[in-house]
Design a protein around this ligand. Structure first.
Ligand code: BGC
Length: 331
């Protein structure tokens, strides 16, 4: 019948729009927790590139704000996006604990939200599902990255016991401890070691807030205080590991010989260090796949498709063996 033909044609048009996408007039509001973060800068750059070059969004329709690590400031930015009537939001919250109130605002305004990088808690994610709220999280399971860090140490011939005293004594340089990424990496890196039957001792755990300069200061002080007792320096991210490495070199310690150090993210400089044996390892926090997934899911919302409440991208272990391969991806 004519109606059936029309319906089929309409369905075909819709399917074409979903895959090819016509996003030229769609407005995207993005807020990053702070621009001054090495990893989120890579992520943000890839997100904008993918939205414009691959998906056909217009650059002038994408607004990216700097949350300046201030939740009140970022909440204002979100209010402005809502007032402007953007079609979809991609948010890297300053405080993931603000997700419930932000989600409610956006939901009332009928604007779908894709949260990235800083994961809201499980109860909040479940609420989106239960109440059919158009909100989702795109990220990576930080437990996996912590486990990989611990395994990189456990897999060494001496299992990380550089000074051979029978115990792996470590210092832990933490990101912002409000962040699950920091909590899980701290917990699971050590767990992987103890699960492998390695005896461990924590000499120090200190927050470096994901920051290179803070990482350097913490490790410089720790090296002065604990000296050769330190076998392993765990850093929750590469920025802090790069700072830590500077402190290690300044103290004349030799990575791979009398000390080990691992980070997370696979920043280009860190991967190069792994290749040259200046860092024991890192873990690729795949900002490219995360940015693409976040953008694709934003499109799914725009196209009225069903979206899962949690979407995880895998981490990849980076050691001397595959560092070149990873470098080719991130460079
Ligand atoms: C990254 C850090 C970054 C943080 C920001 C983490 O997943 O590993 O480098 O600073 O996200 O929230």
């Amino acid at each position: 019948t004519e109606a059936a033909t029309e319906a089929a044609a309409a369905a075909a048009t819709e399917a074409a729009a979903a895959t090819t996408g016509d996003y030229a007039d769609k407005k995207v509001g993005i807020s990053i927790y702070k621009f001054d973060d090495n990893f989120m800068t890579l992520y943000r750059t890839e997100l904008e590139r993918y939205l414009t070059e691959d998906l056909g969004f217009k650059k002038e329709n994408i607004t990216i704000m700097d949350g300046k690590n201030d939740q009140a400031e970022q909440t204002n930015q979100i209010d402005n996006f809502i007032n402007q009537g953007v079609d979809v939001l991609i948010l890297n919250l300053v405080q993931s604990s603000s997700a419930p109130s932000v989600t409610d605002k956006c939901n009332e305004a009928g604007i779908p939200v894709v949260y990235i990088n800083r994961e809201p808690d499980a109860a909040e994610e479940q609420r989106w599902k239960d109440e059919g709220i158009k909100a989702t999280y795109v990220g990576a399971d930080a437990r996996q990255s912590g486990t990989f860090q611990g395994e990189e140490i456990a897999e060494l011939e001496n299992h990380g016991d550089a000074n051979g005293d029978g115990v792996v004594s470590y210092i832990m340089v933490q990101g912002d401890p409000e962040n699950v990424d920091a909590q899980y990496r701290t917990e699971y890196s050590v767990k992987a070691l103890t699960d492998a039957g390695v005896k461990v001792e924590e000499l120090l755990k200190q927050r470096g807030d994901w920051d290179q300069a803070k990482g350097q200061q913490i490790v410089q002080d720790a090296l002065t205080q604990f000296g050769d007792k330190i076998d392993v320096v765990f850093c929750n991210n590469d920025a802090m590991a790069l700072g830590a490495l500077a402190a290690i070199q300044a103290a004349d310690r030799k990575v791979g010989e009398d000390i080990y150090i691992v980070g997370v993210d696979a920043l280009t400089e860190a991967v190069q260090n792994v290749m040259e044996g200046k860092m024991t390892g890192t873990v690729f926090n795949d900002h490219i796949s995360q940015a693409k997934t976040a953008a694709d899911i934003a499109c799914d919302f725009l196209n009225g498709k069903d979206v899962a409440n949690v979407n995880m991208v895998d981490y990849v272990k980076v050691t001397n063996e595959n560092a070149q391969q990873i470098l080719d991806i991130v460079k």
